[in-house]
Design a protein around this ligand. Structure first.
Ligand code: ZN
Length: 290
């Protein structure tokens, strides 16, 4: 079955803000791009304006966020932008940034999704490559498990969040079949969250100085501080959003059911690598047959 048609945006659109970790002011401009261009970041603040392809082969080790590195240029905190692009099925886009870290905004992908919709997604003539998961794969370590297996249609993501009975964040589940309408209405707005005690640690290392408790979900003993949840399972929805963004670094659509338990970026990157490798095998099999 051929994949769907690729999409880009009709006109450029921007989001301004500051990095949650580095506190640096930053402007992101989404530019239309041709068929099979893929998702490419460009550091317009650096000499030569280097480009960094949004591909799992460019992943760099970083805590609590997704960082891409190509040559000596890097860009980080890309997962929410990637989730917005993947959720809205925008496959070809040049993302120009003038700082190393993308804006944290309200900790969700909603400002990015709004900007991309404002840029008016448009269909292109080429088809999107798709990998169909035909067997179950299990990625696990002592903390987390992700299983990736067959599904009858499209991509379904399930995230099971359970930090134990003592956690201030209650156990919760998010489970969605991913399409642009569901993404925009139920996933994009889910904000990142952090424990109050973690904020103290992060601030002691110079991170997050500009962030207030109304900017993102900070969990204290009695729940979110100075904030209200957008959904009872907002934390699980956000982890699902992160997984969708990270998975998109495989560079193709996925037909399958991904079930994640307590996983984070590191596990998501392993998942993206697994699908990327399957896509490469599929391409070489098609090339051999031709
Ligand atoms: Zn996130």
């Amino acid at each position: 079955m051929p994949g769907r048609f690729q999409q880009t945006i009709s006109r450029s659109t921007s989001v301004k803000g500051f990095g949650l970790f580095t506190n640096a002011d930053v402007c992101v401009t989404f530019q239309p791009a041709g068929e099979n261009h893929g998702i490419v970041f460009q550091r317009v603040d650096l000499p030569g304006q280097p480009k960094i392809k949004g591909c799992i082969t460019n992943i760099a080790a970083e805590e609590r966020r997704t960082k891409l590195l190509e040559g000596s240029a890097s860009v980080e905190m890309v997962e929410h932008v990637l989730a917005a692009l993947a959720g809205l099925r925008i496959d070809n886009c040049l993302i120009q940034v003038d700082a190393p870290e993308l804006p944290g905004c309200d900790g969700s992908a909603l400002p990015y999704a709004a900007a991309l919709l404002d840029g008016e997604p448009v269909q292109q003539a080429a088809r999107r490559k798709m990998v169909v998961l035909k067997e179950n794969s299990v990625l696990e370590d002592e903390d987390a498990v992700i299983t990736a297996g067959p599904y009858f249609s499209g991509l379904r993501l399930s995230y099971d969040l359970n930090y134990g009975a003592d956690s201030v964040i209650p156990a919760q589940l998010a489970d969605f079949s991913i399409d642009p309408v569901t993404f925009a209405s139920s996933i994009a707005g889910a904000r990142t969250f952090v424990l109050e005690k973690e904020i103290v640690y992060l601030r002691s290392r110079g991170y997050g100085e500009k962030v207030s408790t109304s900017d993102l979900l900070v969990y204290g003993q009695d729940g979110p501080v100075d904030n209200e949840l957008r959904a009872h399972n907002e934390c699980a929805r956000h982890k699902l959003l992160d997984c969708l963004g990270d998975l998109s670094l495989c560079g193709c659509d996925v037909q399958g059911h991904i079930r994640a338990f307590r996983s984070g970026h590191r596990h998501n990157h392993q998942l993206a690598r697994l699908v990327y490798d399957l896509a490469q095998k599929k391409t070489s099999a098609v090339e051999r047959a031709a």
